[in-house]
Design a protein around this ligand. Structure first.
Ligand code: ATP
Ligand code: MG
Length: 286
């Protein structure tokens, strides 16, 4: 039988869309009709399991799946034996403590002897211990934000990204306790054949990530300022310089990160660069 790897991804939720687009950008084609729990790629030896994110670390630890894409919050909370292979840069969020808006907050001692509702008892427990606070943790699996208004707890510990859900429920964020993003995790005991397929997948993921972080830049420059301009946009090895039809001018092509572009744009223009085009890069192999 031909060797194949299995990856567990979230069936539907805040991780699923970005997880599947990353895989598609790696050139991997598969069918994911609604309601399907398993699918095999047409052009890469990989099979998908579509699961609830809570179950992903466990499936990977048990070897039912070789790889998984999950938020660091779930990963740390579940505390399973898996290897973190790569940070993926999406589904960024934080776990925070929040209390009713009208309450005064003197510092972490506020929570001493209080009840805190959360879906992340382990992360919260570790945090409270490190801050030497005794509080009771009430584990609930969803709609944590309503706990204070129904008298279940005085505070909550939950995922925040913009803070609008907290605000809608009359709460304010008082402590950030954990930062999270999506990660690729793997079973630590994978066989060599599988590892080599994972390497191929990682090569593609890296090319996609590098491409996303960089831009292709084209600009026109008078020949006497080429040296200065080349020093500002050194590119991968060095920029391409092509003569324009107009004498004394060149077109300079290079690659740089979006940040570098914004940092250097003023200097580039001062050096005489004009007609500057910035183009997205789909894949990049260093
Ligand atoms: P499931 O049904 O699979 O258990 P869920 O309801 O537990 O889903 P989602 O709300 O889909 O989880 O969130 C999945 C993950 O996405 C979270 O564990 C977290 O890592 C991340 N996440 C959650 N909320 C946000 C947000 N507002 N912005 C960015 N990332 C988020
Ligand atoms: Mg979940």
């Amino acid at each position: 039988m031909k060797e194949i790897i299995r990856i567990a991804v979230q069936k539907s939720g805040r991780l699923s869309e970005d997880s599947l687009s990353l895989i598609k950008e790696c050139g991997i084609k598969f069918y994911n009709g609604t309601g399907k729990l398993k699918s095999t790629a047409f052009n890469f030896p990989i099979e998908f399991l579509f699961l609830r994110d809570d179950d992903i670390p466990g499936y990977v630890a048990d070897g039912v799946a070789d790889l998984g894409i999950v938020g660091e919050n779930e990963l740390v909370e579940k505390d399973k034996q898996v290897e973190t292979i790569k940070k993926l840069g999406f589904s960024k969020c934080r776990l925070s403590l929040a209390i009713p808006k009208g309450e005064e907050y003197p510092g972490i001692s506020y929570f001493e002897g209080k009840n805190i509702a959360t879906s992340y008892p382990n992360i919260l427990n570790t945090y409270l211990k490190s801050r030497k606070v005794n509080a009771s943790i009430h584990e609930i699996s969803g709609s944590v934000e309503i706990a204070p208004s129904i008298g279940l707890a005085e505070g909550i510990c939950d995922i925040v990204s913009s803070g609008s859900t907290l605000m809608m429920n009359g709460l304010k964020e008082v402590e950030e306790i954990f930062r999270s993003e999506a990660v690729l995790i793997g079973n630590p005991g994978m066989e060599e054949v599988k590892k080599s397929i994972v390497e191929k997948l990682l090569f593609r993921m890296n090319a996609v990530q590098q491409g996303k972080g960089n831009k292709y830049i084209l600009l026109n420059a008078p020949n006497d300022s080429l040296e200065k301009i080349i020093s500002l946009i050194p590119g991968m090895r060095s920029p391409t310089v092509l003569p324009l039809a107009e004498k004394g001018w060149s077109s300079v092509h290079s690659v740089l990160s979006e940040e570098q572009f914004w940092e250097n744009i003023e200097e580039l223009r001062q050096a005489g660069a004009e007609g500057i085009l910035v183009i997205p890069i789909e894949k990049m192999v260093l």
